[in-house]
Design a protein around this ligand. Structure first.
Ligand code: C5P
Length: 289
């Protein structure tokens, strides 16, 4: 049995550009891997079958699961369709949270299969497979701190996030991605995050400078659920966060705390009791493949 960690991601910023001719919007996002992770257990088989059971019974074990899709594409690429994989995924990353739970599982499967291969693919080849599995999968393969453009697959590594603690909280509802993009398109004016300023703030390793510039344009849409997002942000700020925003398409919200912040664990406990999910995490740097 082989194991691999699948780290969740947070959006330090999320900006949306033009709607493209393929119907997708071009994105500009700063992404960050964090220590909250799923664990993949994988057994290689020779029966050509690929399955992924998880701790959550409502997650499909077939190709609708990105981990299965990733393994299938990997075996196709190396021309070994005779190979199979029996996987078990311990889910800790909340589902429907904007934390790349499914994408990070798929990325971990790609890393793991490549590690087991006697003739591993190059990083570029692995990233090319990742891109075809889902928009966030390429980022999750290498993780760390990166600017993600295009649909999320054009990656530029950035300076590591300074040492800190994140507190993530997800309310019980999720927000559908197409619905959120439609609501964004209906907005008459669009505010944009200062992405260049954020990249500079990362270079300066300054948590206050980073936090002042963190921004997710999806928070501007007219949706009653953003009231709960704003409420959780206030709870995080009142609890001592230097900054707080929603990640991705939500509904999870996170705060950045200085390493010496007091009572982060008490805050996690209180948020968990009130909203259903909360956890503390630290930044994870880029993984070499
Ligand atoms: O990536 P995902 O399959 O979750 O996207 C669901 C839908 O969200 C897409 O079909 C598209 O309508 C919208 N979307 C978009 N631009 C993106 C990502 C998603 O318009 N960059």
């Amino acid at each position: 049995m082989h194991t691999e960690s699948a780290w969740a991601k947070l959006n330090i910023s999320l900006d949306i550009g033009e709607k493209r001719s393929d119907g997708f919007h071009s994105m500009k996002m700063i992404m960050q891997s964090i220590s909250l992770c799923d664990t993949i257990e994988l057994e290689l088989t020779e029966d050509g079958k690929i399955t992924a059971d998880t701790t959550l019974p409502y997650i499909p074990a077939d190709e609708r699961n990105l981990a299965v899709k990733a393994a299938k594409k990997y075996f196709e690429t190396i021309d070994r369709k005779d190979l199979g994989a029996k996987m078990y995924i311990h889910k800790r990353i909340p589902v429907g949270a904007g934390m790349a739970g499914g994408s990070s599982d798929a990325a971990a499967v790609l890393r793991l299969l490549n590690r087991l291969s006697p003739d591993p693919l190059s990083a570029a080849e692995l990233l090319a497979i990742a891109e075809t599995v889902g928009s966030d999968v390429a980022f999750c393969v290498q993780g760390g701190t990166a600017l993600a453009e295009g649909r999320g697959e054009i990656l530029t590594p950035l300076c590591d996030f300074p040492s800190c603690r994140f507190v993530v909280c997800k309310p019980k509802f999720s927000i559908s991605t197409p619905e959120l993009f439609n609501s964004f398109d209906r907005l008459k004016t669009h505010v944009h995050p200062d992405t260049a300023g954020l990249i500079e703030a990362l270079k300066n390793q300054s948590i206050p400078e980073i936090c002042r510039r963190m921004y997710n344009v999806f928070e501007d849409v007219e949706d009653r659920r953003m009231k709960t997002v704003a409420e959780i942000k206030s709870r995080l700020m009142d609890g001592g966060a230097v900054g707080a925003i929603m990640t991705g398409t939500g509904s999870a919200v996170f705060g950045v705390f200085k390493d010496d912040a007091m009572d982060v664990d008490a805050l996690v406990k209180a948020l968990k009791a009130e909203y259903g999910f909360a956890a503390a995490a630290v930044p994870v740097n880029q993984i070499s493949i």
